[in-house]
Design a protein around this ligand. Structure first.
Ligand SMILES: [Zn+2]
Length: 244
């Protein structure tokens, strides 16, 4: 095979490897984002539990001051007991106190219920706390793994780039420029196989004479349509040919 063509094929192989490493590096942030989801969910659940706890705590405080108000009213009424003159007045007075006390008991009941909720939500918040910590640890672990993966990929990339330089010096300047222009323009391989009279880069038919020339591999030819460099590899002999 033409030495220049051979070097071009090898260069394309290295560039394809470099490209796939670059794609892997580019995909890393998205991968990390995926691992963030459980942490985000745990944090949201934690926030929800905290809001619930805050609301109950606020309600309890409101009820407690309400209780104080009623106790105050009752105390004041009781102080006025000695000023009551008639029996009828006294009866009404007692009824009034009773009414306030009933309300007071109701508030006390409410406070008890709120205290139970408060306990339950406190436990829930503690559970959510544990979950957030666990999710955070797991996320950090994944982050570390991806960081290591990134380092490995960059190291691999460097190795390939060094290797690439060795191949580049073997290729004629003009040819290399042509290759690079193609690579940029196509955003894909610039050196492709020709198979069954078809360019595997753009799937266009190759005229039989040109295909024969490509097959000989003595010179460098390009696809007349996509301009990619074309090369031919002899397909492996089918088993039927080896019978003799
Ligand atoms: Zn083509």
């Amino acid at each position: 095979m033409n030495e220049q063509l051979k070097s071009l094929i090898e260069l394309q192989e290295i560039d394809s490897v470099i490209l796939s490493i670059a794609e892997k590096i580019d995909a890393l942030p998205k991968k990390l984002e995926k691992f963030k989801t459980p942490l985000k969910e745990a944090t949201a659940a934690h926030q929800k539990a905290k809001t619930q706890l805050d609301t109950v705590s606020k309600n309890k405080k409101a009820k407690e001051s309400e209780l104080e108000e009623f106790q105050d009213k009752i105390n004041k009424l009781k102080l006025r007991s000695k000023d009551v003159k008639t029996n009828k007045e006294y009866e009404a007075h007692l009824k009034e106190i009773e009414g306030f006390e009933k309300s007071k008991y109701k508030i006390e009941d409410d406070i008890l219920t709120l205290m139970e909720s408060l306990e339950a939500f406190t436990r829930e918040l503690q559970n959510e706390d544990v979950k957030v910590k666990k999710a955070d640890e797991e996320f950090k672990q994944q982050e570390k793994l991806l960081e290591d993966e990134k380092k490995t990929l960059y190291a691999e990339m460097e190795t390939q780039k060094v290797k690439r330089k060795e191949f580049v010096v073997r290729i004629d300047g003009d040819l290399y420029e042509q290759y690079m222009n193609l690579l940029k323009k196509l955003e894909g391989p610039a050196v492709v196989r020709a198979k069954n009279e078809i360019c595997l880069g753009c799937n266009t038919n190759i005229p039989p004479q040109l295909f024969n020339d490509i097959r000989k591999s003595e010179n460098i030819f390009t696809c007349f349509y996509c301009k990619r460099f074309l090369y031919f590899i002899e397909p492996p002999s089918p088993p039927s040919d080896t019978r003799s």
